[in-house]
Every structure is written in C-alpha cells, then in structure tokens.
Design a protein around this ligand. Structure first.
Ligand code: ADP
Ligand code: GLC
Length: 495
C-alpha cells in the first residue's frame, strides 16, 4: 500500500459524544471508514458538557494540560483530553479541547432559555481554532491534511495560511474545508475580528469581511486549498442564488473550480433494520412483515390507533425553517383530512415546536409529537413509519432520507441538494422509483405529492417492490470515503 496519510479531522460535533444534527453522524462515520482504509486519521472537537469523562472513558494528556491559548489580548488555558471511537476494529483517536467556562453548557451553540446563540460564540470557536493549532504544535504531529467542517472550525484555514505560513510543521499540510450548511456562517461584529489575532489585512472582502461584519465560514472558503460540499446538487445550488448561498453565492461562484460535491454516506452499522438494537423487531427486505411490529410499537408510543391500512408518515428533524415546516403549517388542516397519521420527533424553533404540540393535542388520533432529542425514538420512527417526510427548502445532503430508504420507509422529499441526488420518484419511474419527489417550494405541490404517496400505498404489490428496491440501495461510506482520499492525494501532489 502507498504511504498512509495523516489527517486531522476537525468538527464541533461527533457521535456519540455530542450531536445536534447530521454533522455529528458524518464526523464519526467518515473518519472510521478512512481509518479502516489504513490512514492515520484523528478527530478533534470541543469538550462540551455532554462529553462525560466517565461514560466515554476520557483521559487527560499530561503534556497538554493547561495549555495557554491566545484569545485577543487575553491568554486562556485549555486542556486536551482524549478518547477513542471504537465501532471498528482499529480505533480512531478523538481529542477534546476542554475549557469549562467556554464549553460546559447545556447546549452546544444556543442558549436553551433564550433560543439565541450563546453571546460569546466568537470566543468559544476562535479559542477552539487556535487551540487546535496549539495542540498540533505541542504534539509535534504533522498532518498531511487538515479537514475542517463548517464555520466552527473554518478560522483554522485562515490562521494556517497567514500567521502560521512559515511554520515548518504545516509546510506541506493541505486544508480541506467541507461546507455542511451554507446558511450557518458564524457572523460576528467587526470588533470580534481582533480576537482572532489574524493580520488586519485579512479583514477585507477577499478575506473574512462580510458587509462590515466578520464571517467565519468565509475564512474557510477564502483560505482552504479545497472546498467540498455534501452533495453534487448542493454544490451547484449554493453558487446559483441567494436562496442557497445565503449571501455567499458570489464567493461560491468564484471558488467553483476549487469546489466539489461529494455525497455523504451513512453508517450501516448504526442504521440498518437487520441489526438495529434500538428497535423492537429487526427485519430485512425478505421479512417485511416484521416491520409491522415496529409500526405497532410506534403507534403505541404516540397513542395513535394502529391500522396496517393507514400509512404513518414519520418526521425526525431539527425544527428549523430549512426543513420546510412552513409548508406543513400551511396545509396542516388539509393533511388532517387525508387517511394518514403523522409522527414527529424534533426540537428547535418555538413556532414549529408549538405547531406540532398543538396539532397533536387537537388531532389526537392522527398526529403524535415528541418535542426533544431522542436517538432511540428516531430509530423507532425510521423502522415503524411507512413514509418519511422531508419537504426541505434546501438540504445540503440530508441523512434521514437515506436512513429511511434503508428501512423501507419511502421518503417524500423536495428535489433539492442531497434529496434530489438520492430519491427517485415512483410515479415518474415505476420500475426504479424509491419515493415521492416534488420540485417547487410550494405547499400545494407538497400536499399533492403526499396525496400521491397515500394513493400509491394502497397498491401493496407495487409498494412492497419499491420498499425492497429502496432497502437495497447502497449508501455506505466506502465510495465517498475513497473520493475524499483521492482528493487528499491530489492536493498533496500540487505544489
Ligand atoms: P441536519 O444535519 O440538517 O439536521 P440530517 O438529515 O443530515 O439533517 O441529519 C439529522 C440527524 O440528526 C439524523 O441522524 C437524525 O436522525 C438526527 N436528529 C435530528 N433531530 C433529532 C431528534 N429530535 N432526535 C433524535 N435525532 C434527531
Ligand atoms: C447539515 C445539513 C444536512 C447534512 C448534514 C451532514 O447539517 O443540513 O443536509 O446532511 O449537515 O453533512
């Protein structure tokens, strides 16, 4: 085998340590597959309150205790601790940057009381980025690739290319920056820029400056050697319009030649109905009748009447505008007139939490809602539902539609980003279709598509054939992980 690569994977969330969304799933699954391919990949993330020392067998790294890190004109101490991801034969080392005051809070990014971002998120993530660099310097570990993810780690690209441009340790290091969601940019007032310690000349439109503010996502876009997004369609969408690029469409357009869309995979060890330990009855494409037991358990959980002939539509989601809930809000009354049931698991914006909890009270026999975050229930919903609804306004990749396909739970999606790249419409393509797709972000189109799905559900033979096709789709990480490795190698060849 060619020389193994050393890769530092930087992410603010990693399953099982801390998670708010798909980034956490990706940040655990991709490094593990890359490790299995023989490369030395290590992960670093902040030590949030959820990262319990006992539960995750976390130990101190003595020489990285009380490490001084610059934050503006202050010096703050951070300690690095370590644990492993152990789902595979060869474990993956995970470093945690710890500072009680900055990270030990009830939520990763948002104050649950106000539902607003923590007011010192600039400090928290500037400290994280500088701390990551300090960690590598103290370890004396030379990464070939530093793979950054989203705005929380993006500043590292700018720091390495400016302040650390002459640092021998990073002389041959290449930086990959993956955008999982272009709408979250880490925008802070211009005053926060000073805390980064970056040279003043980087606060310009070719740098971190964005309409007078500091934009951390832009730091990644401007300074990384390679940009990736999490699906081919999303890579095109973000440079096309403001609806997708959220003001950075111009930058994405300029960087188009440096950008590639690589579809996320899914972790089949965690999300497979054949081996899922969190569901009442495991099943496969050959034992579809056992899926009914999960449907029964799901209806019981939500106190809905169980009827095999009535389709259950599942939703598991962050309750954010991105996910298309305003379309559901507009058509809720019409939906409730159809012969279907809906189960929702989610948390996030209050307006949507209220929408679903009120609906569950009003339509007791038709809709069940659990406001909160619950991994086990997410698995039960995937296994027990007949369909899965994701009418997203935009969706960089989306993992739940892939999980749904694996569980034979046919997705109803809007054709955007990764949803467009993974689901084929059953009505348009009866022989190859795996779900139901609509194109325009209009509530009537969504409603008509749900009606189409409810009609199709009546034809058991066709439905089961589609379920089996969906379950056989291969969304494992292998193919995409290979593409990342090829990309890393190509970058390292470039001078
Ligand atoms: P996003 O990252 O935009 O939230 P994805 O589809 O990529 O969307 O990934 C969402 C992940 O988070 C999935 O693993 C999903 O099961 C999980 N998830 C989202 N909301 C909840 C919740 N309330 N409870 C449990 N899991 C959730
Ligand atoms: C983001 C996106 C989601 C994607 C996930 C993992 O949170 O919203 O579409 O699947 O990141 O890449």
């Amino acid at each position: 085998m060619a020389k193994p690569l050393s890769i530092l994977f930087v992410s603010s969330e990693v399953v099982p340590f801390a998670k708010t969304g798909g980034l956490a799933d990706v940040s655990a699954a991709l490094p593990q597959v890359i490790r299995e391919m023989g490369h030395d990949i290590r992960i670093i993330m902040p030590k949030f309150a959820a990262v319990s020392d006992r539960k995750f067998k976390i130990h101190d790294i003595k020489r990285l205790t009380d490490m001084p890190v610059k934050l503006g004109d202050r010096t703050i101490l951070g300690s690095v601790k370590s644990s492993f991801l152990t789902n595979i034969k060869t474990k993956v080392q995970v470093y945690f940057l710890s500072n009680e005051e900055l990270y030990c809070r009830s939520d990763l990014y948002v104050d649950p009381k106000t539902k607003e971002a923590w007011p010192d998120n600039d400090d928290r993530f500037i400290f994280f980025c500088r701390g990551v660099i300090r960690t590598m310097l103290l370890l004396g570990w030379k990464p070939d690739i530093i793979h950054l993810n989203d705005w929380q780690s993006a500043l590292i690209a700018a720091l390495i290319k400016t302040e650390y441009a002459d640092e021998p340790l990073f002389k041959n290091t290449r930086i990959v920056f993956t955008v999982h969601n272009a709408a979250y940019q880490g925008i802070f007032p211009a005053e926060s820029f000073e805390k980064t310690g970056l040279p003043a000349k980087t606060f310009k439109s070719e740098g971190l400056e964005f309409h007078g503010d500091m934009n951390l996502l832009k730091a990644g876009l401007m300074y990384a050697d390679q940009i990736t997004t999490v699906s081919p369609t999303y890579a095109k969408e973000i440079r096309g319009s403001k609806d997708y690029g959220y003001g950075l469409e111009g930058v994405f357009k300029k960087k188009a030649r440096k950008t590639v869309g690589l579809l996320n995979g899914m972790d089949n060890a965690v999300w497979s109905p054949e081996v899922d330990k969190l569901i009442p009855a495991t099943y496969s494409a050959d034992t579809l009748e056992k899926k009914q037991e999960n449907k029964k358990a799901l209806c019981e959980h939500f106190k809905l009447p169980y009827d095999p002939a009535v389709p259950v539509i599942g939703i598991v989601s962050r309750l954010a505008d991105q996910k298309g809930f305003d379309l559901i809000k507009e058509k809720l009354v019409d939906l409730m007139k159809l012969d279907l049931q809906i189960v929702v698991l989610g948390s996030g914006e209050k307006k949507y939490e209220d929408l679903f909890s009120k609906a569950a009270k009003k339509y007791k026999k038709k809709i069940g809602a659990h406001i909160g975050f619950d991994d086990e229930l997410a698995h039960l919903i995937e296994a027990g539902s007949d369909m899965f609804l994701m009418p997203s306004k935009y969706e960089p990749c989306g993992l739940n539609q892939m999980y749904s396909l694996r569980y034979g739970t046919l997705p109803i999606v809007r054709a955007t980003g990764g949803l467009a790249d993974t689901v084929e419409d059953l009505t348009a393509k009866p022989k190859s279709g795996t779900g139901f797709v609509f194109t325009d972000y209009k509530s009537k189109q969504m409603l008509d598509t749900i009606k189409r799905a409810v009609e199709a559900f009546k034809d058991e033979k066709t439905w089961q054939a589609a379920m089996k096709r969906a379950m056989k789709k291969d969304f494992s990480w292998d193919a995409s992980a290979k593409k990342y490795i090829e990309l890393y190698k190509k970058l390292l060849k470039k001078k």
